[in-house]
Design a protein around this ligand. Structure first.
Ligand code: ZN
Length: 244
């Protein structure tokens, strides 16, 4: 029996119920505050130790790593556990889909992860927690312990490109899926937003769950404006029962 592949593109709106604000969307906090945006802009970050010092402090104080998955994350993980093939393509860097129980290999993090830091010279990857512990111990700008290079979060900063390998895998999923659900994303930031169009072009049923209108609403088979915390679990439960 062939079960339809469900692709879920998740944006900042999925994590706001976990207390994580929209930082990087078109109306996100960083875009509204040029000084804050510098902290997550590659060119400034690499050029200026003071920007890095403030960036580490911001990460330590944000508390984002302590956030818990919410009902939307859990509903996605439950759909996967029910036996429906699910892939998550997420614009979020918080790792909450995995914490809710989605297997790592079924989650593509389009903008990387804030739970890991990466050396900009030797590309060694280590836990963010370890770097933040060094900041707690008084280091302004913890350097790579392997090569001394500048460390940065393993996220895609402004001024950086998305990983072409990850993006290619995401496009393959968008082409292959039968149902594409865009949830909590304004679908305004490309190339991630374009995945909805790719899916629709390849015959997927397109469902959009977002409080605000998106540029893809007219192409969608279904648009839900209700709060994600109720709309997404209801929508996904329907998929459990219609695919026994
Ligand atoms: Zn290094």
């Amino acid at each position: 029996m062939n079960r339809p592949l469900v692709a879920i593109l998740s944006g900042a709106g999925v994590s706001t119920d976990s207390g994580i604000p929209d930082y990087r969307g078109p109306k996100g906090l960083w875009r509204k505050d040029p000084e804050a945006e510098k902290l997550v802009t590659y060119e400034y970050y690499m050029a200026d130790p003071e920007i890095r010092r403030r960036s580490w402090l911001m990460r330590r104080e944000s508390g984002a790593l302590g956030a818990e998955p919410n009902t939307a994350h859990r509903a996605v993980a439950e759909l996967e556990r029910s036996g429906v093939p699910v892939r998550v393509l997420t614009q979020n860097v918080d790792g909450l889909h995995q914490l809710a129980g989605m297997p790592d290999r079924k989650v593509l993090e389009l903008h990387g992860t804030a739970r890991t830091v990466e050396c900009t010279r030797c590309h060694a990857r280590t836990p963010m927690d370890d770097a933040l512990a060094r900041v707690d111990d008084g280091e302004d700008d913890p350097a790579c312990l392997t090569c001394g290079g500048i460390l940065k979060p393993a996220t895609v900063m402004f001024g950086e490109h998305l990983d072409p390998v990850v993006l290619g895998q995401a496009a393959d999923i968008a082409k292959a899926c039968q149902i594409f659900i865009a949830v909590g994303t304004s679908l305004q930031v490309h190339p991630a937003a374009g995945l909805a169009g790719v899916a629709a072009d390849h015959g997927a049923r397109l469902v959009i769950v977002n409080a605000e209108p998106t540029p893809y609403d007219e192409r969608a088979d279904e648009v839900l404006r209700e709060p994600i915390g109720t709309a997404l679990p209801e929508l996904l439960r329907r998929l459990h029962t219609t695919n026994p």
